[in-house]
Design a binder for this molecule. Structure first.
Ligand code: GDP
Ligand code: MG
Length: 595
């Protein structure tokens, strides 16, 4: 155990975590040169397509140092704010962290937030100045920033390039030297923390764990403490490039367990594994509950696929512990689920994973933050969907979630950023210079104003030179109203939104305009109306089609006609009929496209 090192790589998005992990794997010959590909650990299709890490990935390396072999368990983590729950769980499996900072960018918002997560978990931090090969790298300035941030000596900071391979050996040596070996007693009763899991339809659920105390052997009878269920440890092993079975694993190590579990509900990330015969008296402290930031309904396009969607969500949740949901019914859409996400990117990824990994076709409804409604008898109601909002005469006041936002930018963008935040009903709380050109600003803002498109706006006005991090700070009273949408006089609950009164008229008008663009023309006129209570505040019309599209093909060749029919069928895929009106997926997310 004295030669085990468990560490993660943390950084702001794009500072080079995954690329640096590639070099470590290469240098330790964990991956043969011919098997090497860029960002090797980003093995989900979605990660490769988008060039971002969504999941944490664990891999074990062997490294000879000063005449001994060290076992290094590396966990690469995502950098985007929506996936910080992944990072916090990975940190719980480690004693140290490489904090990567891009030498051409300097410290960014998620550098700071991920560093705090690591410090909070008592990890040994090894700062690495990365991308020093870049001609516009600023090693001196960024060194000063790092020294200021973590209070280390400039000499503790390693210089590296994940691109050229400079400094990789020094990093591996520092991991062996500076990161403490895991503590724990291999003879004690078994205590292993489940930090992740994967659904595998052939082998059953794979559980990833970190052993805190004790020893697990192949064939042992083990128990999951939260559920009390017992299993045989059919296969255990370490996570190399592929899974490598072992007969025995002890305290300090990271690995996987397969025991034919088929029910997703039986595996809970944060649970403790122990032995049936000699159980530990105490479960390891699990993870803090996730705090979802955005809520939206997810509905199957085919109403008959409700049960299948439920089981897909359970399987997806195994691999995404930050996803929460409960059943919901909508007048317009029928049976579905109200889901909580950590942000819009998370919501998008969940929808895509449901479609790709589980072959579901789903509709996502208007996202909303959580509100509190305080009733006339002071009772508090949490509102996760506009449809849950009580009639105005039944409530005393409404509270909305507020966040503290940290923005790091170049000094020339301070003015425009302040203007943007004021427009979003924000309050500036502080401003300090990191260097003569770079500023850190703190704002308090309503979550509902930033969760949808704030980050894009921020990027645009700062030409990409601004990074954002935020955390919830509580609820504050706000003058919110429920905006309803009617199509041909019929209220479509899945299109309702809760908006601030000061913006409601403008919002209603733009929403109707947007819907007019997005609703396909049909054989009759479609009246679109927005209302607050009984009052109609905006109206638009989608004009009827004059001719059937098929009529155009009259006399044309049959294959063309069939193609057209097929095309229409394709187009229907992500569409739901509400009354007589067909609503495509884009229309449900129209609020996001309102500028
Ligand atoms: P992550 O988001 O932190 O995992 O970052 P990635 O490893 O995906 O890298 C982001 C981008 O930076 C990619 O285009 C890499 O090719 C590039 N990159 C990573 N490390 C280096 C480096 O040391 N030097 C240079 N020049 N580019 C790098
Ligand atoms: Mg990455």
């Amino acid at each position: 155990m004295k030669n085990i090192r468990n560490f993660c790589i943390i950084a702001h998005i794009d500072h080079g975590k995954s690329t640096l992990a590639d070099r470590l794997l290469e240098f330790t010959s964990t991956v043969a040169k011919r098997d090497m590909q860029a960002q090797l650990l980003d093995n989900m299709d979605l990660e490769r397509e988008r060039g971002i890490t969504i999941k944490s990935h664990a891999i074990q390396m062997q490294y000879p140092y000063k005449g001994e072999i060290y076992t290094l368990n590396l966990i690469d983590t995502p950098g985007h704010v929506d996936f910080s729950y992944e990072v916090s769980r990975s940190i719980a499996a480690c004693e140290g962290a490489l904090l990567i900072v891009d030498a051409s960018q300097g410290i960014e918002a998620q550098t700071i937030s991920n560093l705090y997560l690591a410090i909070g978990a008592d990890l040994e931090i090894i700062p690495v100045l990365n991308k020093i090969d870049l001609p516009h790298a600023m090693p001196e300035e960024v060194t000063d920033e790092i020294v200021d941030l973590i209070g280390c000596d400039a000499g503790d900071i390693l210089h590296a390039s994940g691109k050229t391979g400079i400094g990789i050996e020094a990093i591996l040596n520092a991991i062996c030297e500076r990161i403490p070996a895991p503590k724990g007693d291999p003879e004690a009763p078994l205590q292993a923390l489940i930090f992740d899991s994967v659904f595998n339809s052939y082998r059953g659920i794979e559980v990833l764990f970190r052993i805190k105390n004790g020893t697990m052997r192949k064939g042992d009878k083990v128990k999951f403490m939260a559920t009390g269920k017992e299993y045989g440890a059919d296969e255990i092993g370490i996570l190399g490039l592929n899974q490598e079975p072992r007969t025995e694993m002890s305290a300090g190590n990271v690995g996987y367990l397969i025991s034919g579990i088929k029910e997703a509900r039986e595996v809970k990330v944060g649970d403790t594994i122990t032995h049936v015969s000699r159980p530990t008296p105490e479960a390891i402290q699990g993870f803090a509950d996730v705090k979802p930031m955005v809520f939206a309904g997810i509905y199957p396009v085919e109403t008959t696929e409700y049960e299948e969607l439920r089981s897909s969500m359970e399987k997806l949740q195994l691999n995404d512990a930050s996803l929460v949901w409960e059943p919901e019914t909508s007048v317009a859409l029928g049976f579905g689920f109200r889901c909580g996400f950590l942000g819009m990117l998370h919501m998008e990824i969940v929808q895509e994973r449901l479609e790709r990994e589980f072959n579901m076709t789903v509709i996502t409804t208007v996202p909303s933050v959580q509100f509190h409604a305080i009733g006339t008898k002071d009772q508090m109601l949490t509102i996760n969907a506009p449809s849950e909002m009580p009639e105005p005469n039944l409530i005393k006041l409404i509270e909305e979630p507020f966040i503290k936002a940290q923005i790091i930018t170049a000094s020339e963008y301070v003015g425009p950023i302040i203007t943007l935040c004021m427009d979003k009903r924000g309050i500036i709380k502080g401003q300090s210079y990191l260097t003569s050109e770079r500023v850190e600003m703190t704002f308090e803002l309503p979550l509902s104003e930033i969760v949808f498109d704030f980050f894009d706006k921020l990027k645009t006005i700062s030409r990409g030179y601004a990074s954002l991090d935020y955390e919830l700070i509580g609820f504050r009273e706000a003058d919110m109203v429920k905006l309803d949408v009617m199509l041909n006089g019929e209220k479509v609950d899945a299109l309702s939104a809760i908006v601030h009164r000061s913006k409601s008229y403008e919002w209603g008008k733009r929403l109707c305009e947007k819907l007019r663009e997005l609703l396909p023309r049909q054989m009759f006129d479609i009246a679109i109306q927005a209302s607050i209570g009984q009052k109609i505040i905006a109206r638009e019309t989608v004009k009827a089609l004059r001719k059937n599209v098929i009529a155009k093909c009259y006399g044309g060749d049959i294959s063309r006609k069939r193609k057209l029919l097929e095309k229409q069928k394709e187009g229907k895929k992500r569409m739901r009929s509400v009354g007589s009106v067909e609503i495509p997926q884009e229309a449900f997310l129209a609020v996001l496209k309102i500028d």
